[in-house]
Ligand binder design. Structure first.
Ligand SMILES: Cc1ncc(COP(=O)(O)O)c(C=O)c1O
Length: 500
C-alpha cells in the first residue's frame, strides 16, 4: 500500500462489513484516538469492569488501557502519566529529567502496542483490512510486532510477527504464547539493525493478497498516534512536575528512534512548549550522525535507515549513545549490588532504585541522551527534559547474565564493577557523538532516506520530498478527527458503541 494514500473514507463496504461483524462477534469496541489520549472521557458504559480485567490478558477491554494513564498496578487509571523524576545526584546535571514509563501499557508491557493499534484501526474502519480473509503482518524488532499480535488476537484475526532472529529471548517466549500458529513468527537474519532483511521478508509475504503489511516505518498513523497521544501525555507529566517545583520550561524532548513513531511526540511538544527535539541512536550504528552502519544491542532502535515517518527537518539534536553504556548500566540498575552502590554513592532513594527496573535498554539510552543534551545545551535547574522508557528490564533479564559472563567473566555483579560502570557511563556521560543539527545536517539526514524509500521501496520522489516541509506534517493532523469519526461509526454499526 502506498503510505501517502491515507484512509479517509470507507473504501470497501463489503470488507468493512466483515470487520464490523467480526468486532460484534468478538465483543470489540474500538477506542478513538481522542479516547486513547484522554481516557477519562470514555463513558463508564464502555469500560465498565475494566479494573477487574487482567492487564496481560487478550481481552478486548484492554484496548482501553492502550494509553499513558495506567497506574503502577497497570489495572487502574492514574491522574497523570506515571513518570520518574531523576535527581541531579543521579544525572550529574542541574536540569530535571523526567521519564515516562511504557512498561505500564497492557499485554506487552511496552508502549509499542499504541503504535500497532494506531496503524490497524484506520485500515479496519475504512475497509482496507479484512480480518476474516487477511493476516496482519507486523514487521519489527520485537515490541511493535508483539503489540500487533496482541491487537490482532483481540480483533479475532491472525497476526504475523516478522522480527530478527537475534532479538531477546523474552520477546520470542511471549510470541510463542500469543500467536495462533508457529508459522506466524517469521525470523529474519541478524539482529537490531537488520531492517532491510525485514523489508525483504515483507515484500515476499506481500505477494500473497492474504497478507496485509502494517509497516510501522512508513505508516503515518504511527506518527499520528504518538503525536495525538504520547505528546499530550508527556506534556501532562512535565506540567505536573513543573507545578510541584514551582515552574520552569520544557527545554527538550529526547527519543531514540526505531520507526521514529515516538519521536512524533516531539512535534507536539515543540509546538506547545517550544521544546527542542533530540533523536538518539547507537554509536555502534551511527546512521543519522555519519551515514554509518553496524551492529548494536540497544534493542528497538537504530535500524540503519531513516524512517519515512521521521520528521527530520524538525529535529534539532542528534545524540549517539554506546551500547557499552546501556549494557553496563542495565547491569547496575538491575542488580541488588548495583542498586546498593547507587544508594551508597549517589544517595539514590530505595524507591527510585526500585523504579529503575522499569527502564529497558532504549530507556537507558534516552536518559543518557537527555543528560548529554542537558550538558551540551547548558541547561539549568529551570529546564526540563522529558523522555520515555519504551519498555522495562523484564524484557532483557536473559541479556544481563550473558553480559556479566561475556564481558566481565563474572557470574554476579560486584561493587567494584558497579562503581566502574557508573563512573564511566553515567557520571562520565559526555557531549561526544552529538550534533546540534544545522539546516545542512538536516538535509543530509533527510537525503539519506532517499536510498531506502525511493530506490528500494518505490516511493515517488515527489512524495518523498513533500515531507521536507512542515505544512506536510501539520496537514496530517486533520486525519485524526476523521479517523475518530470513522471509528465511532464502526462501533455504532457493530452494536458496540456503548459496551466493551
Ligand atoms: C524497546 C524499544 N525502544 C525504542 C523503540 C523505538 O520506538 P519508535 O519505533 O517509536 O521509534 C522501540 C521500537 O520498537 C522499542 O521496541
Amino acid at each position: 500500500m502506498n503510505p501517502f494514500d491515507f484512509p479517509s473514507a470507507v473504501d470497501d463496504k463489503a470488507t468493512r462489513a466483515r470487520a464490523v461483524e467480526r468486532a460484534r462477534a468478538n465483543g470489540v469496541r474500538l477506542p478513538t484516538f481522542a479516547e486513547l489520549a484522554e481516557p477519562w472521557t470514555v463513558s463508564a458504559d464502555a469500560t465498565g469492569g475494566l479494573e477487574a480485567v487482567d492487564p496481560d490478558a487478550p481481552d478486548a477491554r484492554n484496548l482501553y488501557r492502550v494509553n499513558w494513564f495506567n497506574d503502577l498496578s497497570r489495572a487502574k487509571r492514574a491522574a497523570v502519566p506515571v513518570h520518574i523524576e531523576l535527581p541531579s545526584a543521579f544525572t550529574g546535571v542541574p536540569a530535571r529529567i523526567v521519564v515516562a514509563l511504557g512498561a505500564l501499557f497492557p499485554m506487552i508491557r511496552a508502549h509499542k502496542v499504541l503504535a500497532a493499534y494506531a496503524c490497524l484501526a484506520p485500515r479496519l474502519v475504512s475497509g482496507r483490512f479484512d480480518p476474516v480473509k487477511q493476516r496482519a503482518v507486523w514487521p519489527s524488532t520485537g515490541n511493535y510486532c508483539r503489540g500487533g499480535v496482541a491487537i490482532s488476537r483481540i480483533l479475532g484475526c491472525r497476526g504475523v510477527a516478522v522480527l530478527p532472529a537475534g532479538m531477546s529471548q523474552e520477546r520470542f517466549d511471549w510470541l510463542d504464547k500469543w500467536v495462533s500458529s508457529p508459522d506466524d513468527i517469521v525470523r529474519t537474519p541478524g539482529t537490531e539493525s537488520n531492517v532491510k532483511e525485514i523489508y525483504d521478508a515483507c515484500a515476499d509475504l506481500e505477494r500473497d493478497p492474504g497478507n496485509a503489511i502494517l509497516n510501522q516505518f512508513s505508516e503515518f498513523a504511527n506518527y499520528l498516534g504518538h503525536w495525538r497521544c504520547t505528546g499530550p501525555a508527556l506534556g501532562a507529566a512535565f506540567e505536573a512536575v513543573a507545578e510541584k517545583n514551582r515552574g520552569g520550561r520544557l527545554a527538550g524532548y529526547v527519543s531514540a528512534s526505531g520507526s521514529a513513531g515516538t519521536l512524533a511526540a516531539g512535534d507536539y511538544l515543540k509546538g506547545k512548549y517550544g521544546a527542542k527535539i533530540a533523536v538518539v541512536e547507537a554509536v555502534e550504528c551511527p546512521t543519522l550522525l555519519m551515514n554509518g552502519y553496524g551492529e548494536h544491542n540497544i534493542q528497538g532502535i537504530g535500524d540503519k535507515h531513516v524512517p519515512l515517518i521521521h520528521n527530520v527537518m524538525n529535529t534539532d539534536v542528534v545524540i549517539g549513545v554506546s551500547d557499552k553504556a546501556t549494557d553496563g548500566l542495565n547491569a547496575v540498575f538491575n542488580t541488588e549490588v548495583g542498586r546498593q552502590y547507587l544508594a551508597a554513592r549517589l544517595g539514590i532513594a530505595p524507591q527510585l532504585a526500585q523504579m529503575l527496573g522499569y527502564i529497558g535498554f532504549s530507556g537507558i539510552a534516552n536518559i543518557l541522551g537527555a543528560i548529554k543534551m542537558a550538558k551540551k545545551l547548558r541547561l539549568t535547574d529551570n529546564d526540563y527534559v522529558v523522555t520515555v522508557a519504551t519498555d522495562g528490564h523484564e524484557l532483557y533479564a536473559s541479556e544481563l547474565s550473558h553480559y556479566l559472563k561475556r564481558r566481565h567473566n563474572l557470574g554476579d555483579m560486584t561493587r567494584e564493577l558497579a562503581a566502574e560502570l557508573t563512573g564511566e557511563h553515567l557520571l562520565g556521560a559526555d557531549t561526544d557523538w552529538m550534533i546540534e543539527a544545522t539546516g545542512f545536517d538536516r538535509e543530509r539526514i533527510f537525503n539519506l532516506g532517499y536510498f531506502t524509500w525511493v530506490e528500494q521501496q518505490g516511493i515517488s520522489v515527489a512524495d518523498f520530498d513533500r515531507r521536507k516541509r512542515q505544512d506536510f506534517w501539520t496537514g496530517l493532523h486533520a486525519l485524526v478527527p476523521q479517523w475518530d469519526e470513522m471509528i465511532t461509526a464502526f462501533n455504532r454499526d457493530s452494536g458496540m458503541a456503548t459496551a466493551a
